[in-house]
Design a protein around this ligand. Structure first.
Ligand code: CO
Length: 160
């Protein structure tokens, strides 16, 4: 089922999300939420989606990876490159707005997959941007808070 994506300004986008327990993750309700988030991201043509964007304050994000749309639970950045890059970003919660954001080039992520198994990965390029942008959502931060330059209209960039 496609969920409604909250748009800025909405105070629910500013709340810090809480960690998901193993028991909660295994519940039908959470598994259904993950399915619905994957469906919503696909229908909105996004490459990332965080649970607070659909009004759930749980530390769950969906990222488009080389394996398709995958869920990451309680994701943490455990290290980041000192080198940075400028990324051009949009957000499903801020339609029609784009910005240039300085992000770490690569990040190492620790999380759980939807089955509760621990995963670690190193992300670079767009994947690195997706994780940094989505983990910001879990902390109530939007890309417009960090953007050096904000523009309206249909400029290029991925909606995350
Ligand atoms: Co976003």
């Amino acid at each position: 089922m496609k969920l409604q994506v909250l748009t800025n300004p909405n105070e629910k986008l500013r709340k810090i999300s809480r960690p998901v327990t193993d028991e909660e993750l295994q519940s039908d309700e959470t598994q259904k939420l993950i399915d619905n988030m994957i469906e919503t991201m696909a229908e909105e043509n996004g490459v990332g989606l965080a649970a607070p964007q659909v009004g759930e304050h749980m530390r769950i994000l969906i990222a488009q990876t080389q394996n398709g749309a995958e869920a990451f639970i309680n994701p943490k950045i455990i290290s980041r490159s000192r080198r940075t890059m400028e990324s051009q970003e949009g957000c499903l919660s801020i339609p029609g707005v784009w910005g240039i954001v300085e992000r770490s080039k690569t990040v190492k992520i620790k999380a759980k997959n939807r089955s509760g198994e621990p995963v670690r990965l190193k992300a670079s390029g767009l994947a690195s941007v997706i994780f940094q942008h989505e983990i910001d959502h879990l902390n109530g931060i939007l890309f417009i808070d960090r953007a050096k330059k904000i523009q309206e209209g249909e400029a290029g960039g991925a909606a995350i």
